[in-house]
Ligand binder design. Structure first.
Ligand code: GTP
Ligand code: MG
Length: 139
């Protein structure tokens, strides 16, 4: 079955949204096959966001992502990569549809395109690469 790497980012973790995010994943029928709470290292984040290196939002993003604990999960289920991205909604929470994590739980006061509650892998290749960063050996 397909796997995806999901992160509840520091804004989501801080706001107590981890359980709600995991509930939506399970309600959709996906399995949680690994779970951890950790404060990311700079090395993990540089690997995770390698594709964005050099972009204007790269440094602020790494700063934000290392600002506190995140919840990391390996999600498994048929079509779970596209399925989780559909649960998450558009990258910018102000554009995310009602019914989605970012659309329902985004907030003007604390949630921006940078602080958008969750991350989900965008391809099977990304998922394997990202799972190995957050759960060494499982990727
Ligand atoms: P992820 O599931 O987090 O990867 O979201 P995504 O695939 O919808 O977005 P993308 O991979 O393009 O960007 C990764 C993350 O960088 C986003 O989730 C945001 O946190 C941040 N980001 C992306 N674009 C911008 C931007 O234009 N400005 C800022 N400040 N942050 C951005
Ligand atoms: Mg992405």
């Amino acid at each position: 079955t397909e796997r995806s790497l999901v992160l509840v980012k520091p804004d989501g973790y801080r706001r107590g949204l981890t359980g709600e995010v995991l509930r939506r994943i399970e309600a959709k029928g996906y399995a949680l096959t690994a779970l951890a709470v950790l404060t990311p290292t700079r090395e993990q984040l540089a690997a995770h966001y390698a594709e964005h290196e050099g972009k204007p939002f790269y440094e602020p993003l790494l700063e934000f992502m290392s600002s506190g604990p995140v919840a990391a999960a390996v999600v498994e289920g048929h079509g779970c990569i596209a399925g989780f991205r559909s649960l998450a909604g558009a990258t910018d929470p102000t554009a995310a549809a009602p019914g989605t994590i970012r659309g329902d739980l985004g907030r003007d006061w604390g949630t921006s395109v940078q602080q958008n509650i969750v991350h989900g892998s965008d391809s099977p290749e990304s998922a394997a690469r990202e799972i190995d960063i957050w759960f060494p050996g499982l990727g």
